[in-house]
Design a protein around this ligand. Structure first.
Ligand code: FEO
Length: 392
């Protein structure tokens, strides 16, 4: 890959990580890899906005070197201090020890503790700006989008918003713009990113979108720090964030279950038939064979979620609770739910599922549907009817 000019005097100088398959440790699956986007703005003063993950520092420096001498950077703007964006910062500062660094107060504290070094940091807040010649960089704090240190940078003369993680997607490509690839896939990855990272902060997302609208910023390009850049029509992703933050849900039910000897699987399929009869889209996942992040992405914009497990040592199967725990962290408010499953000698799984669904903010639509041993034809009919009646 090489650097790419994205606007007059603005260059993508990031890195493409084709082979990363999980992100945030094991928490987030990245089957399409990711990118770490950093941007170089060439003006009377040279400014680098964000860096890349540490192991990709060489790529960053090489890409900068295609445009300017990498030791001629005057300003480094740090929008966010997570390792995927700040990892290569010490390498940049070794080359540019006198560079001025701009970051929020929280970021400043984090940088000290991450690198045990005193850099020349100027703390900035919403409303502050710097001028580098032709261009004005304005800062907008964005706490909890998705960390307390996060901020956006806006360059008014270029109508360019650099929001770091917000509006991003984990998607490696040799193209840089969303309009150069399949937009459906980009939107799926953007939605997955929102559902699995930003959803707990939806109220703050809405507030931030309102604040940005009130600031009256003209934006014709949004260049996030992962995945593709939105140009020409950035409203596509802004409107999607508005919908997602408002909790817009489709006429869709996710049925996620695991099974020991196929009894719970039979119930899951019977519930799916009832869902289909009711005219809802149903998506069925056997949890142990499915990607948790995909399940969560689909739960995120579904109206309801049915979770099934047989009882195993008076509790759920060991594969089921981790999904429920993720839902508690990521929230599933405004949805309705159902626990179901089969049991042998003793029960317990349904109780755990119901408690965890409630903790995630899900309202139970009916008491848990459980059967002993193998479901009879009559019980399968009852499962179908239950799904139809919940959705009627
Ligand atoms: Fe919060 Fe892409 O790091």
């Amino acid at each position: 890959m090489s650097s790419v000019q994205i606007k007059p005097n603005v260059y993508w100088v990031g890195a493409v990580d084709w082979n990363i398959r999980t992100f945030h440790g094991p928490a987030y699956s990245t089957p399409r890899g990711t990118t770490y986007n950093a941007y170089l703005v060439v003006d009377d003063q040279i400014t680098l906005v964000d860096t890349v993950y540490g192991p990709f520092a060489e790529d960053l420096i090489r890409h900068i070197g295609e445009i300017i001498d990498p030791s001629k950077i005057d300003n480094v703007i740090i929008n966010h201090i997570e390792s995927d964006h700040i990892g290569a910062f010490p390498e940049i500062m070794k080359l540019n020890p006198k560079a001025k660094v701009y970051a929020t107060a929280n970021a400043e504290k984090g940088i000290k503790k991450l690198f045990f070094t005193d850099y020349n940091i100027t703390v900035v807040k919403t409303g502050d700006s710097i001028n580098t010649g032709k261009y004005t960089f304005s800062f907008i704090e964005a706490p909890m989008l998705h960390w307390p240190d996060s901020m956006f940078t806006y360059i008014s003369e270029l109508k360019l918003l650099l929001p770091n993680d917000a509006f991003g997607q984990h998607y490696a490509s040799n193209f840089r713009f969303a309009d150069e690839v399949d937009l459906g896939l980009v939107m799926f990855e953007a939605q997955k990113y929102y559902a699995n990272i930003l959803n707990p902060f939806s109220r703050l997302v809405l507030k931030k979108l309102e604040e940005v609208a009130e600031l009256g910023l003209e934006i014709d390009m949004i260049a996030p720090s992962h995945g593709f850049i939105w140009r020409g029509n950035p409203e596509v992703i802004i409107e999607a964030y508005q919908r997602w933050a408002q909790g817009a849900a489709e006429k869709k039910i996710v049925i996620a279950y695991d099974t020991m000897w196929q009894s719970t699987a039979k119930l899951a399929h019977a519930l799916l038939e009832g869902v289909t009869d009711a005219g809802y889209r149903g998506i069925l996942y056997q949890i142990s064979k499915s990607d948790h992040n995909d399940i969560i992405t689909n739960i995120f914009d579904a109206r309801g979620v049915f979770i099934g497990s047989p009882t195993y040592y008076n509790d759920t199967l060991t594969t089921v609770s981790p999904l429920l725990d993720e839902l508690i962290g990521l929230k599933a408010e405004g949805k309705f739910g159902l626990a179901f499953g089969s049991q042998g000698w003793a029960g317990g799984a349904a109780k755990t599922i119901e408690a965890k669904l409630k903790s995630a903010g899900v309202e139970l639509a009916a008491p848990a549907f459980t059967v002993k041993w193998v479901p009879t034809e009559e019980e399968l009919d009852q499962a179908r009817s239950l799904a139809r009646s919940i959705l009627s």
